[in-house]
Design a protein around this ligand. Structure first.
Ligand code: C2E
Ligand code: MG
Ligand code: MG
Ligand code: MG
Length: 293
């Protein structure tokens, strides 16, 4: 099942063989995998939450949960590094329920209309048992499924389309929203948009970065926003950092933004203060509960 996945990993490996940093990379990869196996999930693993902003309603619509690992042995390890390592070793399918439970626990103290977005790995979708565990966590959390958006990437679809299709339908049948993450950055294949229920496309940060190079990226973003709209899907533009980028996004009809411009990923404990400074009405909804989180 993992043939394509493995092949992609292998080709990456071959590419780095020609890199001078190869030895170092292997050693650190081993160190990361080893430290991951001995991870103390409660103490070392946390989540940061990054706001998603609706430009039309002028309000925060939700937060994306982003994993953070402070390893006792290695110090802070970036998520790109340890998520990849956890995917390679297969550990991800056991980390996902732990992280999801933490994310939903945080979300359960927020105002009830705020969404929580959570990243799933391809591997999470490729076995029915790991989907079972995800659904168990969703049910046990008490958080309404409509508030939960599960982000998936094309990798899952490329690896085993039939299995990924089953998994995403089970998740959306439960009422969870499905987002396509890093949209446009991979081997975007529109055919599966026909077959899976996608609620949101998250337009990859690389398009915002490419704005510097001229008008082309702007046109591409505009087209992707229109594509999403025509298919009845919402969009989120990732990685808007500057007032200029925001202005350009407005000019192409962007509605949802996630980027440093509106907030960096923050600890759960900072969310109440963040909400109160950005939207005081919302904060008044359930102040006691918010302050407790
Ligand atoms: P992603 O899901 O595409 O998350 C967005 C990444 O872009 C985050 O990086 C976020 O901090 C960063 N970002 C957002 N806005 C800006 C901006 O304006 N400027 C810049 N420079 N960066 C911005 P982060 O937290 O390092 O996460 C990296 C990736 O790790 C995520 O990409 C996701 O693929 C993966 N990841 C993180 N947490 C989890 C998790 O719990 N499970 C799984 N499976 N993957 C995760
Ligand atoms: Mg994401
Ligand atoms: Mg993303
Ligand atoms: Mg990304």
């Amino acid at each position: 099942d993992y043939a394509l996945y493995e092949a992609k990993e292998l080709s990456r490996g071959i590419a780095v063989l020609f890199d001078r940093g190869h030895e170092e990379l292997i050693r650190s990869t081993k160190a990361v995998e080893q430290a991951l196996r001995g991870i103390d999930r409660d103490r070392e693993l946390t989540l940061a939450f990054q706001p998603q902003y609706d430009l039309k309603e002028n309000k925060i619509v939700g937060f994306e949960a982003l994993a953070r690992w402070h390893s006792e042995k290695l110090g802070q390890v970036p998520p790109d590094v340890f998520i990849r390592a956890a995917e390679r070793s297969g550990l991800i399918t056991s980390l996902t329920p732990t992280l999801l439970a933490k994310a939903l626990d945080a979300a359960s103290s927020w105002p009830d209309d705020l969404r929580i977005s959570f990243n799933l790995s391809a591997r999470d979708l490729l076995s029915p048992r790991s989907v079972d565990r995800i659904l168990d966590v969703v049910r046990a959390s008490g958080v309404r499924a409509e508030r939960i958006e599960l982000e998936i990437t094309e990798t899952a679809m490329l690896t085993d389309f039939a299995q990924a299709l089953k998994a995403t339908s089970r998740l959306s049948d439960t009422g969870c929203r499905i987002a396509l993450d890093d949209f446009g950055s991979g081997y975007t294949n529109f055919s599966y948009l026909n077959q899976i229920k996608v609620h949101t496309v998250k337009i990859d940060r690389s398009f915002v970065l490419a704005l510097e190079q001229g008008d082309h990226a702007k046109k591409i973003i505009k087209s992707m926003i229109e594509l999403a709209g025509n298919l009845g899907m919402e969009h989120v533009i990732e990685g808007v950092e500057t007032a200029h980028e925001l202005k350009v996004m407005r000019s192409v009809g962007a509605r949802m933004i996630q980027g440093y411009m509106f907030g960096k990923p923050m600890p759960a404990d900072d969310i109440a203060a963040y909400l109160s400074s950005h939207d005081s009405d919302r904060f008044k909804l359930r102040p006691a509960k918010l302050l407790r989180s």
